[in-house]
Write a protein that binds this ligand. Sequence first.
Ligand SMILES: Cc1cc2nc3c(=O)[nH]c(=O)nc-3n(C[C@H](O)[C@H](O)[C@H](O)COP(=O)(O)OP(=O)(O)OC[C@H]3O[C@@H](n4cnc5c(N)ncnc54)[C@H](O)[C@@H]3O)c2cc1C
Length: 383
Amino acid sequence: MSAQPLSALTTMRVGGPAEEFVTAHTRDELVEAAISLWQRSHDWLLLGGGSNTVVSDEGYPGPVLLVRTSGISQVEDPDLAPGSVRIRAEAGHDWDALVAECVNRGWAGIEALSGIPGLAGAAPVQNIGAYGQELSEVLHSIEFLDAATFEPRRMLAAELELGYRDSVIKQGLEGVVLSIDLVLADAAVVAAETGPEAISEPIRFAQLATALGVEVGSRVPLHTVRDAVLRLRAAKGMVLDEADHDTWSSGSFFTNPIVTERFARGLPSDAPRFPIVDPGEAPAVTTFEELAEGQPLRVPTPARERRVKLSAAWLIEHAGVPKGYRLPGSGAALSSKHTLAITNRGAASAADVGELARFIVQRVQQEFGLVLVPEPNLYGIEV
Ligand SMILES: Cc1cc2nc3c(=O)[nH]c(=O)nc-3n(C[C@H](O)[C@H](O)[C@H](O)COP(=O)(O)OP(=O)(O)OC[C@H]3O[C@@H](n4cnc5c(N)ncnc54)[C@H](O)[C@@H]3O)c2cc1C
């Protein structure tokens, strides 16, 4: 067993040792290391920035492959719409460094995703999102090393079934994301009409619009959006800061539950709920535009029951678990700034984190009859 514990490699800062660590600094090393590990066994862990991974105190009973590649390049693409750029980030490139670089170059589309910890290769795994933007809106494709064939292949975003904090990879498609390609608006071109400064995509998130002092739908300079998002996130302990235990976390520990409208009607009337636009919910008739494009007549699908997204934070608070909540003798507590984040107050064990998570799940289930689902990837921890 290596002496290095996984607590040193994850942002929750819990987790015991691993059998062995392998580090890949280049794309070719990453391909080679993954194939050689698969040839031995499929029981190994791929780790990026460790910001969405929580490992038990016993550690990981196999090798851990650390993705430490880096680099951003522009990709020539004759099919690009005018005013867009296609960029490629290696899997190990720091996500926020990528956002900062794009903002500096005047490329719009990921500015609201500023400050999310972790590495580019993990971004499609749970389709990261924040403040009204989601990776799925800009992801063109990934280069994917498939565990079934050991062959790298290009997978288009549409093949990844990206959903709310979800993808085919999160659902079990085994392999390594080697790089991600994004298509962003070359805001310098857009800005030619509005002024000299590179401007953002329209602001969609009401809280961000309020912080910026603009209406939802407005466009503002890219740097202004990035700065505002970083300020909002820091106030919630959502930007990593060694000195602030509220940030020793995996971000949101639970996803916002998606339930049927019928179930939601049984909840208190002040429980926030947000309508879900179901991608399967196509209009029953084929539009003239679709016919003109040569698309076949659509066969109407039976209407699915409408669904809404609930606020996990509201459910937790109203189940009697407030910000800062700590079980007696535990080293873990809810963040004092954000109900959804389970945090390590300095000396938490993975067992403490698991115990608090289970307590929250139980409280919410008893109070509202639904089971919260953890967002981070848990290894050796049952919730
Ligand atoms: C303070 C804080 C705030 C956060 N805020 C947000 C937020 O606003 N929105 C959001 O969506 N998330 C948020 N997160 C969660 C996290 O930052 C993201 O999920 C991030 O993309 C994880 O990246 P990582 O490199 O740290 O992943 P890791 O934790 O290293 O890995 C996560 C999973 O992806 C797999 N994986 C990693 N790299 C690859 C690869 N190259 N190929 C295939 N699989 C891979 C791992 O095996 C693991 O299963 C937050 C986390 C923290 C700590």
